[in-house]
Design a protein. Sequence first.
Length: 593
Amino acid sequence: MALDRLSPALQQKVEGAADRVAHEDPAGMTQLKQLVAAHSNRGHILAAMGAALEARGVLEMALAMWKAAWELDRRDVAALEGQARCAAQLGRLEEAAAARARATGVGAARASFDRAPQLYRARRYDDAIAALREGLALATDDVLGWIALSDSLREAGRFDEALDALQEVRRRHPGHAGAVDAVERIGRTLMAMGRGAEAQQALGAWHSLRVQRYGPASSPLHGREPVMLRETAIEARAQERVEIAPSRPVEVPSPRYVPAFREDGPQTEPSPALRVSEVHDVEVVGQSGVVTSGDDLLVYDESLSPRLRQDNVPEYSGWNHPSGATLVFRPRAVTRRIDAAILVGGRAAQNYFHWTLEHLPKVLFAAQLPGSEGLPLLVNAELPAQCREALALLAPGREVIPMTDASRVAVGRLVVSSLGGMIPDDPRVPFSRMMIAPETVRRLRAAVLASVDTRDAETPRRVMLTRRSARRGCLNEEAIAASLEARGFTLVDPVSLSFREQVQLFANAETVVLTVGAAMTNVVFMPEGARMFGLWGESAPPHYFAGLGRAAGVDLAFVRGDQIPGSHPDPIHRDFVVPEDALLEAVEGRRAA
């Protein structure tokens, strides 16, 4: 039942709204609209409301909710089954039979659709294409399936077929949001084919469609100009360069699971090289760390190549020409000029994990370049308070120049460092390849622990972090929290803690239980021999977190839960339930050394 997908608190709110609707209280619909607006997966809430109203016999309204849920997530078999039940009880037997038949097809198709991303990630494009075609044969109106098929065909070099798949989206669903995405991908495919003039026409059409559907600010061309730039390694323009740590083979441990799940075995991968460079007469574009020089796009880190998928770099279009040029969106005019600066901010810096492990270490790396002392810092304007505090801790008294998406700053002398690790957005990069460089962990850990007094902090030794999130939630977290609290654990909301308080908490903890997410970053501050248990819904394999645990000397295990089908269209963000008994046995069965 759809209500089983919700956390207890959210379930109670939906039940309350359903009671009001059933009693014809207008406040019920108002409450439902508020729930839908506040939740990231609206289809999830609508399906739950459909189930609640169906249970109360409000069948017409329940049927409408099930239909609305299906329109938002065309892989939600439960939404079709709900339609079939309600239609049958209303005596609309043909409608019920049609919904039931469609549910059978979609259920079979979903297995193929779920298999395809893993094949795509492994660059097995032909196999991914076969899986997607198999799914689309059963669910021909699945927009996401058609778009995924076009992506796989494009990566396989089958450009004409990719265009055909995208045109299929536009033909079948001209009013669907996916049709707008299809136009963007048509342009990207044309660019990859070397048909730049046609791609530019598609770019204009895409811009117009976004403006019509979502408003002017939704288009990447809003206040920006598209320019073709050559991808150029920063070494070709560097005036000075210091190597912090060379690339070297690193054993990436296989994540350890509770209950025992699978053992991939350790893999050896090259760690990212860490370097700091000085370049002259450049521009820093936006707040994603994009650096340009004339007609060149300067790539200073492997994971920032425009040839990779870059979901968190709005300046990159993903439109790459065979000549080596790439289409970049930048503000139309320079917004500021400064003599010298250090680039600290960048892609996804608003996320605690990316900020702490990829960007904050740039302060430490830049200090190795002579002449960088006292230079102002270019930093994302919208950093959370904990991230700003961490920066002030490692770079006290420094001038901070905020960067926004509208920034285009000309810099006479710019100090640019590698990111602290290799964590690209591209799903084709194997998780075992993703890592934070061990040297980054070593330097960051030493610098932070030297700046924060952890010895006299009165913090608990056994901790469970609670997590408030609209996606990828552990639905039985409240029950687990109660059991752990009875065993001497202290419940802590990390959002309420300053950066210094988080460091003190983890630096003194013996055992930490938390849902897999950005808070696991703090494993790098834990004492050697401490333990961390990550509650995990069998989404993306957490190799890079396992690597962090090893680099810090922490015993890190992942408590594997069962995902809730349909709780989110993307399997990576689905809610889950973990086996409480297995967690408690692991927590009590092995004490920290």
